[in-house]
Design a binder for this molecule. Structure first.
Ligand SMILES: Nc1ncnc2c1ncn2[C@@H]1O[C@H](COP(=O)(O)OP(=O)(O)OP(=O)(O)O)[C@@H](O)[C@H]1O
Ligand SMILES: [Mg+2]
Length: 305
């Protein structure tokens, strides 16, 4: 195994009684990488993450973290990573500061060291003036920031983030993004799951898209956009037969949603110009292709549950 691989999963399988949550996936996360794990609800993201931090054993396959086999070395691995779980796992009866300091005990940190580290993190996440507040008094955004701060108490080499910004307002999300980008600058390796495609596109170096426990695509955000959607997108309301025949005859990548057609083209290309002139008398939207286009094209537009 290469030393630069922080996580290496080979034929990873996770089954619950009747559910095959992860069906033999292979992936690696390199040192310093911001890695995104995307997929619809129930795709298997949290199942993969729980294996990595030693919460849930593999059904089959191999997982190495920091070059250590998870089956035998999960204790050593846990010591070196930080986790921000999907659910709020803070102690509601303790204060902000106590949540950080008590957590440090799991890592045998000296009291003064824990205090100093807590101080730094309260400052980093703009929580200093809330240090004496009970967790149950915190808004969702503050609680999330505290959960992130707690995950960093032990100065981990790898940070695992399971939907860290779900339910946050735009201000809080941007604040969390800024902090995560700052950590990236300092060389932290991060594994993120999110349902916000703009978040994944802005933060991640590389993305893996899962569905039904399998990997369906992998690459840098830009690569995924050019491979599965396009640089440029035209959305046209109420398409007529002439337009439909045109896109078919030119073999242009498109999605026909009956009352709307989405066309994927090269930016400023000949086809884009032709469509603009012939079919855009009214209600045409020209925009850049994005990761949401990729996600919907790969996993469909129907509701899952
Ligand atoms: N402890 C469990 N017992 C039984 N089934 C489980 C358990 N945990 C997960 N599953 C099932 O495994 C599948 C994958 O779930 P998982 O939580 O990994 O998905 P996810 O991609 O994290 O979804 P979400 O985006 O909703 O968080 C689902 O069908 C889920 O119902
Ligand atoms: Mg999940």
């Amino acid at each position: 195994m290469e030393s630069t691989n922080i996580i290496e999963g080979r034929n990873v399988v996770k089954c619950f009684k009747e559910v095959a949550a992860v069906v033999g996936i292979n992936f690696t996360v390199k040192s310093g990488e911001f890695f995104g794990l995307l997929g619809p609800n129930g795709a298997g993201k949290t199942s993969v993450i729980r294996i990595i931090y030693g919460f849930s054993p593999l059904t089959a396959g191999h997982m190495h973290v920091f070059g250590i086999n998870i089956n035998t070395g999960w204790r050593a691995i846990r010591y070196r990573l930080g986790v921000c779980q999907q659910e709020n796992t803070l102690d509601p009866d303790l204060t902000v500061e106590q949540n950080l300091i008590l957590y440090a005990r799991y890592f045998d940190m000296k009291k003064t060291h824990a205090r100093n580290r807590a101080e730094e993190l309260l400052d980093f996440f703009a929580l200093t003036n809330k240090r004496k507040s009970k967790v149950m008094e915190l808004s969702g955004g503050l609680a999330r920031r505290l959960q992130l701060a707690r995950a960093l108490m032990s100065e981990p080499e790898l940070l695992i983030l399971d939907e860290p910004t779900t339910g946050l307002d735009p201000q809080s999300r941007h604040q969390v993004w800024e902090r995560l980008l700052e950590l990236k600058k300092r060389g932290m390796t991060m594994l993120l799951t999110t349902h916000y495609m703009d978040e994944a596109e802005n933060l991640c170096d590389r993305i893996l898209i899962m569905d039904h426990g399998r990997i369906i695509a992998e690459g840098a955000p830009r690569e995924l956009i050019t491979d599965y959607a396009a640089e440029s997108v035209i959305e046209i309301e109420g398409p007529g037969n002439e337009l439909r025949n045109f896109v078919k005859s030119k073999d242009i990548r498109h999605d026909d949603l009956d009352d709307r057609i989405i066309i994927y083209t090269e930016a400023h290309g000949v086809l884009e110009e032709e469509i603009r002139e012939k079919f855009c008398m009214e209600s045409c939207l020209f925009r850049a292709g994005n990761l949401e286009d990729v996600f919907l094209r790969l996993t469909g537009r129907e509701l899952r549950e």
